[in-house]
Every structure is written in C-alpha cells, then in structure tokens.
Design a protein around this ligand. Structure first.
Ligand code: HPA
Length: 236
C-alpha cells in the first residue's frame, strides 16, 4: 500500500502500539496478542494485528528516531485510519528522582528536532499527549501499583553528542524527566491530523546517576509497561 508498508486497508486496528524495535513488536504480538497476524514486514519493520482481552489492537515498529517514526505514523494515520497511537519505549533518565524501572508518561515532549521546530517559524510549539490517554494511563498505572511520573520528556535527534552532556543540563533544571528520540514528532503529527497519541517509557539508564537496568529487570519492566499500554489502547 505504501513504499514502507504493505498492509492492506483494514489490516490495522484503530489503536496501535509503537515500539522502536521490530523484534519488540514481534515479542509484543507473540506474547500478549490473541491470534497475532503479521501485517507488515517491509524493511523488517514488523507490524501485527490481534486482540487483547478480546478487543482489536495492533503493534507497528517505528524504527529509531523521529524521521523514521514520522513515516510510519504519517501513513498509519492518513492511509490506514489509525486513531490512537501509543509509543512504548525506553528512555534515559535526566532527573535523580526517576529510578530505573520507573515508568514515565510523557505529558509533553521537548525537542531539538528540526522536523518540529522548522514548522512553526517564530513560535515554540509545545507537543503534548492526548489528555484522555494520559489520564487513563495514569489511573491504570496507579491502580497497578507502578512507580510512575507524568511530565516532560526530551525527544532528541542525537544519541551521541559531540559535546557529551552539554546542553542537557538546562532541561533537568526545568523538570525534564528523561530523554528518548521519538515522542515530540509523534505528538506533533497527532495534533496535525486530529488523532490521539501518548508515549510511555521505562527508564533504563540514568544519565545523572549512571544507574542501569539489569537484563531481568528490563524484561519484567517491559511486560508491565506493555500491559499498561494495551489496556489504555483498547479502551481509547
Ligand atoms: N538517549 C536517548 N534515547 C535513549 C536513551 C538515551 O540515553 N536511553 C534510552 N533511550
């Protein structure tokens, strides 16, 4: 159907989870979905549709970074009619109050990305989550007893900074909780096309304390986050 996605119209459910990693998309489909069906494998950027608790849901890998995610999300919305997009990922910590394994609900996403900044001229657009999805995720995270924070994430286009940590220090000073590479453009596209979006991240490595998640903790944390995201998705 598109150069990046061979799914047919109707192959995606109205709500889609978006991990970056294609193998995580496969794991989510095979671990959590009832009757998972592969709907896209172009470039091995895997997409699946199935059901969760009897309700239709999809997962589509976004790849790493905002340009890659923007392609998949643009097409999911405008070609496949997807209405709710929930990124599930990991992030680096920028605030000592966020511990590894904690879940961050990205209420807003600051960014250095020209994809977002280049669109608004003199204005600084504030990419924000859909309030209904955010409220639902916060309520469910609280009920499940998860340690979670709602606030601002940084969506950076750069993983390896030439100047190391330079520049990031101003962000924790303004309450930014963590850094990942996709949420801001997801929120910007959702706003542009009038659909809902949320980003949920597990903090896996703290840039302040250098604490890192263990392999075992990573798996159980991802399970909790995916179950939370699926519960939000099928009710959206
Ligand atoms: N930077 C950007 N993205 C990330 C990081 C990070 O340190 N950790 C996990 N995702």
């Amino acid at each position: 159907m598109t150069p990046h996605n061979h799914a047919k119209l109707g192959d995606y459910a109205p709500a889609v989870l978006l991990p970056g990693d294609p193998l995580r998309a496969k794991w989510i489909a095979e671990t959590f979905f009832e009757a998972p069906r592969l709907v896209n494998s172009v470039r091995n950027c895997l997409g699946y549709t199935g059901t969760w608790k009897g309700k239709p849901v999809s997962v589509q890998a976004s790849g790493m970074g905002q340009p890659s995610l923007a392609i998949y999300v643009h097409e999911l919305i405008n070609v496949y009619g997807v209405q709710s997009l929930i990124r599930v990922g990991t992030c680096g910590g920028l605030n000592a109050k966020v511990k590894v394994r904690d879940v961050i609900l990205a209420q807003g996403a600051s960014t250095d990305s020209s994809i977002v900044k280049g669109r608004f001229g003199a204005f600084n657009f504030a990419p924000i989550a859909d309030f209904g999805l955010l409220r639902s995720a916060a309520d469910k995270a609280e009920a499940a007893g998860l340690r979670f924070h709602a606030g601002n994430l940084l969506s950076s286009d750069i993983f390896y900074h030439a100047d190391g940590f330079a520049g990031y220090d101003k962000l924790p000073e303004h309450g930014v909780l963590g850094v990942e590479m996709e949420a801001a453009v997801l929120y910007t596209l959702a706003a542009r096309f009038g659909v809902k979006a949320l980003t949920i991240c597990t903090m896996t490595d703290c840039l302040i304390t250098h604490e890192e998640i263990s392999a075992d903790e990573r798996q159980s944390s991802l399970t909790e986050m995916v179950e939370l995201a699926l519960d939000v998705a099928v009710e959206s």
